[in-house]
Design a protein around this ligand. Sequence first.
Ligand code: GUN
Length: 281
Amino acid sequence: METQLLEGKKLAEKMQSEMKVRVNSLLEKGKIPGLTVLLVGEDKASQVYVRNKERQATKVGIKSEIIRLPETISEAALIEQVEQLNEDASVHGILVQLPLPKHINEQEVLRKIDYSKDVDGFHPMNMGNFLLGNASALPCTPYGIMELLKAYDISLEGKNALVIGRSNIVGKPMALMLMEKNATITIAHSKTKNLKELAQQADVLVAAIGRGHMITGEFIKPGAVVIDVGMNRDEAGKLIGDVDTASVMGIASYVTPVPGGVGPMTITMLLDQTIKKVEAE
Ligand code: GUN
C-alpha cells in the first residue's frame, strides 16, 4: 500500500494565508488581534515552541508578545501577571506555556486566566464546556489534528481509534474529539498491558507518548491512519516523532511527518482562535 503523508505544514500555510485576509479586515476596523505568551523558566523545548508561536503570529499580523519570567517566580507573582493581562484590552489571547516549574500549581494559574481570553482551551470553564459539546476554545493540538483529517477527507465514523497518551493537553481532548466524530475510542497509557495488540486493531492511531520512534511498523494495522504528536530529540539532537515513520511506510494509508505534520497545525489553531476572539467582539 502506498502511504500518503498528511502534510500539516502545507495546510497550515494555506490556513495562515487566509488568516492574513481576516486580520486585514479587522485592521480596517481599527482592531489589532493581540496574543501574549507567558514563558516561565528555561525549558529548551518550550523556548523553541514559544518562539515559533510568536513568529507565526507576527506573520499573519497578530501583535504578539512573549513575557519571559524566571524559573524561581512565585505562583502569586505569576498569577499577578495573568491578572494584568486579563485587564489589558489590547490582549485578546493569553497563553501560559506548559509545563510550569514544579513549585507552581498549573491548574491554579490556568483558572486565573479570563476564560474569554483563553486561546489554548485549558481553562476549566472551556474544558467543561468542551466536554459538554459547546466549547469556545479548543486545545490546539487535537483541534489541529481534526482539521488535518478533515482536509484529507478522512472519515472517522465507526472507526477504531486508539489514542496513546492521556494528557490534558493532547490525549484526553483528542479522544473526545474523535468520539464526537463517531469513532470508537480506546485510550492507552504507560500502564496499558497489551499496547501492540490494541494498536494492531486501530484504524486510526494517535501517538502522544513522548518516546522517540516507539511505534514501529509492527504496531500498525494495514491501511491505518497514523498521527504522530511526538516531538523528541534523538542522540544527535534531531527532532523525531513517537512513530518510526520509515517503518510504517507501505503499511499505513496515511502518516503525519515529524517535523511538518502536527506541529504547524497546533500553532495555526492557536492563531485561528486568537483571531476569532477579535472577530467575535
Ligand atoms: N506545551 C506543550 N504544548 C502546549 C500547548 O499547546 N499549549 C501550551 N500552553 N503549552 C504547551
